[in-house]
Design a protein around this ligand. Structure first.
Ligand SMILES: NCc1[nH]cc(CCC(=O)O)c1CC(=O)O
Length: 322
């Protein structure tokens, strides 16, 4: 039993239970976070596998209702007290705050880029006309159609290994995946091209993790999670996700966003695509961090407002989103 400074008994944990999806990618990123939490707290950290609707369903992510399918099950486990912390891929997390929970820590972001994994070392420029490229992401599909309207985009599901397997087996000529996920799984050797973020902005928060807890966690849990917070990542992903949050109200089109910090400035650029890739709208703004109490939110509001004023809300044909 630990005691606080006044000597009173304080109820606290002797073990941190970290809830995680059981996929190889989720386990890999959860283990990294578990190691950091163990180091920060001096306590053992146990991984608690949790199955979510997103893991069970074989439906396309776009028909499953998109955002949140992976997060809901993890959040239930947190609320039920089955675990003390959960780790999400930030890009899979809905922008709406979860009642009674908080994003207690955001560790340093990994590579935010998308990667092409193609057969025979091919790239987006060298794939032959008609080549098949697998992705389940409407954003990647729009970007592919814009860059190479002559390719065939194939809607696929499944974990990273399954997707790479479709290229290895010859079912597909290429798949598009997040570089961060491939890195966490030790599969970077499959990458034949990294897409640069200025021409190919990725999902808001891609490559970053979010550590979620109940709003009033045990103080040992709270301080362990706080110790792995990376402030620059929190600022940049907050800006990217804020654009998504504002646009969700008036725009159903796919969005790529990329923020970075340099020399006291936050830069944010975001691009909205028509689903067929034929049209896109871009906005970019910068702000001195010292000039604003909430620089991430403010720069995002500028970008989102400009995107909407340029017609981002009209990029999706009426009735085309189920
Ligand atoms: N939606 C699936 C997903 N969610 C998080 C990652 C890994 C990369 C990351 O943490 O952003 C992936 C795989 C992918 O997009 O290739």
């Amino acid at each position: 039993m630990q005691t606080d400074r006044r000597g009173a008994a304080a109820v606290t944990v002797e073990l941190i239970r970290l809830g995680t999806r059981a996929s190889a990618l989720a386990m890999a990123q959860s283990q990294t976070v578990a190691d950091s939490l163990a180091k920060a707290s001096g306590l053992p950290v146990e991984l608690v596998p949790i199955t979510t609707e997103g893991d069970r369903s074989k439906q396309s992510l776009s028909t499953l209702g998109g955002t949140g399918v992976f997060a809901i099950g993890l959040r239930e486990a947190l609320r039920d007290g089955r675990c003390d912390v959960v780790v999400h891929s930030l890009k899979d997390l809905p922008t709406a705050p979860a009642e009674g929970l908080m994003i207690a820590g955001i560790p340093k972001r990994a590579d935010a880029r998308d990667a092409v994994c193609a057969r025979d070392g091919m790239t987006l420029d060298t794939l032959p006309p008609g080549a098949t490229v697998g992705t389940g992401s409407p954003r990647r599909a729009a970007q592919l159609r814009r860059r190479r309207p002559d390719l065939e985009v194939v809607d696929i599901r499944g974990n990273v290994d399954t997707r790479l397997g479709k290229v290895a087996s010859g079912d597909l000529d290429a798949v598009m995946l997040a570089a961060a996920g491939l890195a966490r799984l030790g599969r970077l050797e499959a990458v034949t091209e990294f897409c640069t973020l200025d021409g190919w902005p990725t999902a808001p928060g891609q490559g970053a993790l979010a550590i979620e807890t109940v709003a009033k966690p045990d103080r040992v849990v709270r301080s362990a999670v706080a110790s792995i917070e990376h402030r620059p990542t929190r600022l940049t992903v907050t800006a990217e996700r804020e654009v998504l949050r504002i646009l969700e109200a008036g725009c159903a089109a796919p969005i790529g966003a990329h923020a970075l910090l340099d020399d006291g400035l936050i830069f944010l650029s975001a691009r909205v695509y028509s689903p067929d890739g034929t049209e896109h709208i871009t906005s970019a703004h910068a702000l001195y961090l010292d000039d604003d109490p909430r620089p991430a939110e403010t720069v995002a509001a500028h970008v989102a407002r400009e995107l909407l004023s340029l017609g981002a809300g009209e990029l999706v044909p009426a009735g085309s989103i189920s």
